[in-house]
Design a protein. Structure first.
Length: 547
């Protein structure tokens, strides 16, 4: 009994300790929490005759909860330089003032004796090089919160004072801002007064003042200048396109009802610019059509713990004497694979090497010429023009902008013909044109027959499927759409030789669609604010903060 009571007592003590720990953890942040806002933020930007700014700021921090020992202000000179910065407070003696710079951005932080009452800080500094020259205007861009508030800021006032030496009329000064703005004459000059009662945390207050140019400033491109530069860059790209067309070699007009008799599928793929995967896929279908391979698509009962996977098994019964060298190599690779899916995933390097040999053969037959030197010149010239253009763009002025964008466009344009490292000869161009014209006619014929004679359409597909696969618009989705129309017609459909499917409700061309889909999936083949803090507590207020 005593042991039982002892255990209860120990449990109660442990529970009390845990509870007290939780209470301490939950109450600790509340004891150190600091809450404040900025109750007033006044900024005056006095523009001098030379375009520099003299800036005065007055910021009042309203400390609502907790004691504070430092404050800060972050300023963005908008491409200019901040200098002669001073900080003072009429409410407290400042212990230290630290200034850090990052390009045209400056962060100043000051400390003072622990304080819970509101604190006003006055900051003065000069800014040079921030006045913008855009077209025929000068432009002043300023955001008193630079760039956004991280605490609520109330009673924000920005005054921009233009000197009397500027020859400006009442209609010359334009202001862009979401806040209330007034323009008034002041001692011969002009005062732009922008005010907003409150800026929520996370918001900013950008202000732009424009007037006819009075003094040279930092260059910024006007919309019309940007448009002209872009147009010049586009002309450079168009020049590259034109050069690419002129260098592509002859393109004779032909009429063809059959493919060239001395052109293999893989050679046709080279001339047509089709990839290795498309060339091999078309050849595999042709081998199946000619009886050298049988492709059987079905569900593999041993496909895994989630159930059977759809696989395409292969049966090779080729006649070596009836095969070309590339076809014999494909048969050899097929025999080494268990399924067609394995063939695609395991023989990439071998297929690439084989296709490269076919490309060399096309060149040896005089159907294509390689221009390596020209390719290198275009590519390196494009790189040089592009990099030079990027450097020139960042120089001030309209002429450098036009020159820079023009060079960038010319660089991009030079890369276009650089990738045309091979060109068709007269003989190659004729075979290219015949193959392309035949495939176009055959596809259009099948499109007509699918409506008028579904069986005739299936006959054409069965006969010419390997060549159709070299057409840029023929893919598994096109075959599937054709299958839907043929099956819906209820007519007898001829299945391409060497292709079978054991899946029920798969459709007449289920085997074709499955093989194409697998190939496309495996190889891609187929138709074409600032932060402040102290004592473990962080607080910020847009451009100004305290802690």
């Amino acid at each position: 009994m005593n042991r039982f009571r002892s255990r209860i007592a120990v449990r109660e003590i442990i529970a009390a300790l845990v509870l007290s720990t939780v209470v301490c953890v939950r109450t600790a942040p509340a004891q150190t929490e600091k809450v404040y806002e900025i109750s007033n933020h006044d900024v005056t930007v006095q523009v001098a005759a030379d375009g520099s700014y003299d800036v005065e700021e007055s910021i009042t921090y309203d400390f609502q909860k907790g004691a504070f020992t430092f404050a800060y202000r972050r300023m963005d000179a908008k491409g200019g330089e901040i200098r002669d910065l001073t900080v003072r407070s009429p409410d407290a003696a400042l212990d230290s003032v630290d200034v850090s710079r990052d390009g045209d951005r400056v962060r100043v932080r000051w400390t003072y004796p622990e304080r819970t009452e509101p604190l006003t800080v006055e900051i003065r500094y000069s800014v040079s090089g921030a006045l913008v020259e855009r077209g025929s205007d000068n432009e002043i861009r300023w955001d008193p919160l630079a760039p956004e508030a991280t605490v609520d800021t109330r009673d924000v006032d920005l005054r921009v004072l233009l000197p009397a030496t500027f020859d400006l009329g009442a209609d010359d000064v334009r202001v862009e801002t979401e806040a209330t703005a007034e323009v008034s004459n002041r001692a011969g000059g002009w005062e732009i007064h922008v005010r907003k009662e409150q800026v929520e945390a996370g918001d900013d207050l950008p202000v732009t003042v424009r007037f006819p140019m009075q003094v040279a400033g930092r260059y910024a491109a006007a919309p019309s200048e940007i448009g002209a530069a872009i147009a010049l860059g586009i002309l450079g790209v168009i020049g590259g396109v034109i050069a690419n067309v002129r260098l592509r070699g002859p393109r004779p007009e032909v009429t063809a009802y059959r493919p060239p008799p001395d052109l293999s599928l893989m050679e046709a793929a080279v001339l047509l610019g089709r990839g290795e995967s498309t060339a091999v896929l078309a050849t595999v279908f042709d081998l199946a059509r000619r009886g050298h391979v049988t492709l059987t698509h079905g569900e593999d009962a041993d496909g895994g713990w989630m159930g059977g996977e759809e696989r395409t098994k292969m049966e090779v019964h080729a006649d070596p004497e009836a095969l070309s060298e590339p076809e014999a190599r494909i048969i050899e690779l097929l025999e080494a694979s268990d399924t067609l899916e394995d063939f695609w995933s395991e023989t990439s390097q071998e297929r690439t090497a084989m296709f490269s040999q076919v490309q060399d053969s096309v060149e040896e037959r005089g159907w294509m010429e390689r221009h390596t030197t020209r390719t290198v010149v275009f590519f390196l010239g494009g790189v040089a023009a592009f990099i030079t253009g990027m450097v020139v763009v960042f120089q001030a002025g309209m002429v450098p902008l036009l020159l820079g964008i023009g060079l960038i466009g010319a660089g991009v344009g030079a890369w276009i013909p650089a990738f045309r490292h091979t060109v068709l000869t007269e003989e190659g161009a004729r075979r290219y044109a015949e193959a392309r014209e035949f495939m176009r006619r055959k596809k259009e014929e099948i499109e007509r027959l699918r409506e008028t004679s579904p069986y005739g359409a299936s006959q054409e597909v069965s006969t010419w499927l390997p060549w159709l696969l070299l057409h840029a618009e023929v893919s598994s989705s096109w075959i599937e759409s054709l299958q839907d129309d043929l099956d819906a017609s209820g007519a007898e459909v001829e299945i391409p030789a060497g292709l079978r499917s054991h899946l029920q409700d798969g459709g007449s061309y289920a085997g074709v669609v499955a093989v194409l889909g697998t190939t496309e999936a495996v190889t891609g083949a187929g138709g074409a604010g600032a932060v402040g803090g102290a004592g473990g507590t962080a607080a910020g207020g847009g451009a100004a903060g305290a802690g």
